[in-house]
Ligand binder design. Sequence first.
Ligand SMILES: [Zn+2]
Length: 165
Amino acid sequence: MSDATSISSKTIEDFFCDWESQAFGYGYGTGEEHTLKVLKNLSDAVEWNESGDNYTYDYQKIEKMLGEQQTWLLINILCGNGDIEYGSSPRYGWFYGRGKNLINFLKQHTVGELYDMTSRDSGYSHCFSDYCSCGYEQLHQRCKNNPFWNDNNNFELIGMAKESL
Ligand SMILES: [Zn+2]
């Protein structure tokens, strides 16, 4: 595999790999199939909200589908990672912009496909929260090219995400 270090060579799969690595990142080939399955289940449990142009959730519905433990671990991680937005309480949150890109992407891929995207050899160059390997630059924010880290960016890369267009 090439080291994929120019902007034009990073694919949507690469950006998902970078997102997963920052949000979770300690699976080491063993844990990912489980965390990705929970994420996939979450994408099935959220509801499209046309008027808000976002996906919303009710924590009780998520709890019924994923169980209380998985639900609240996920809400904590995704709030901390900036994927979930909420008003007075994350019991009722939403996925907009980067979060919506993420849900759309999860919906369109199987767990096996997502797993393959996160399985990289040591030659792959991740973008991190403070370093962009596609632009070779030190950052004070996450890679600006990644549509899972930015609200309105690179929509052509997720052209299959109908709600975003
Ligand atoms: Zn980058």
